[in-house]
Design a protein around this ligand. Structure first.
Ligand code: PAF
Length: 272
């Protein structure tokens, strides 16, 4: 497995590949969620490239950029075992220059929900994904449904910028008890982890009730009864294009939750 540390090296390596390329962009601290995307990419492409880059521009001041888990050696091992052809691990210095051209997330859908509570976050995500797409020029790129709004915006950027890349979505991978896998789960204490479970339970409850109750306000009330978070940022009902809805639309609804358990901010969602 090749380790590519600069964009130049990655661009040169990419030129040598004849066949389809599956790309899994990550910030490392790989878990089963990432692995399921890598496996999918492995099945569907001749070559697989994973990027590991804790992208500074998508963290807001005061967020967890410094303490975000970094486990490069363990990540390399996971990639090697999964049959990855190359891992791209650039530095901020060789990815960014001063006073560079910036990408802006769309005014509405880039600034609601996650974009409202983390203003500018999606500008940073789209900036780096744009660079990664240009460097790797994948045939297919893989993103998890857990970051539903990110997935939606990346699909939109791919369309708006005419990238010839197929965006493939991966299901959210959960622990046996329902907790959605996240690199941030390691921040949770035992008690917090227990309370964090109320997030997936509330989503599951809403999905179950939604077969009878379509009114999203009523569903939200039921979810709030069982949610045990310290600060709720939002419970939201949107369609697959991230338009708010007040009635559940079967097969075209995403229910999203974001909130803090202790100091850890968690997000989760369910597609119904
Ligand atoms: O989802 C992530 O891990 C990141 O937002 C991504 C897409 C790798 C961009 O830094």
């Amino acid at each position: 497995m090749k380790i590519l540390t600069s964009p130049k090296e990655a661009i040169e390596f990419r030129k040598t590949l004849k066949g389809s390329v599956g790309f899994v962009p990550t910030m490392g601290a790989l878990h089963e969620g990432h692995l399921s995307l890598i496996k999918k990419a492995r099945e569907e492409n001749d070559f697989v490239i994973v990027s590991i880059f804790v992208n500074p521009t998508q963290f807001l001041p005061g967020e967890d950029f410094e303490k975000y888990p970094r486990k490069l050696e363990a990540d390399f091992e996971i990639c090697k075992r999964a049959g990855v052809d190359a891992v791209f691990t650039p530095t901020a210095k060789n990815m960014y220059s001063e006073d560079e051209i910036l990408i802006k997330a769309p005014k509405v859908k880039g600034y609601i929900l996650e974009g409202f509570f983390r203003p500018g976050h999606f500008d940073g995500v789209l900036q780096v994904v744009n660079k990664l797409f240009n460097i790797i020029r994948p045939t297919r790129a893989y993103f998890g449904k857990k970051d539903a709004q990110q997935l939606y915006l990346i699909k939109q950027m791919t369309k708006n910028f005419f990238f010839d890349i197929k965006i493939i979505e991966g299901e959210t991978i959960r622990e046996k008890d329902g907790l959605a896998l996240s690199s941030r789960n390691i921040y949770l204490s035992k008690d917090e982890r227990k309370r964090a479970l109320s997030i997936s339970k509330a989503l599951k409850l809403a999905a179950k009730l939604s077969t009878k109750i379509k009114d999203t306000k009523k569903l939200k009330e039921e979810m709030e009864k069982i949610l045990d978070v310290d600060k709720l940022d939002y419970i939201a009902f949107v369609d697959r294009d991230f338009n708010y809805i007040d009635k559940v639309i079967p097969n075209n609804t995403i229910i999203l939750i974001a909130g803090y358990v202790g100091n850890t901010r968690l997000i989760d969602n369910i597609w119904i």
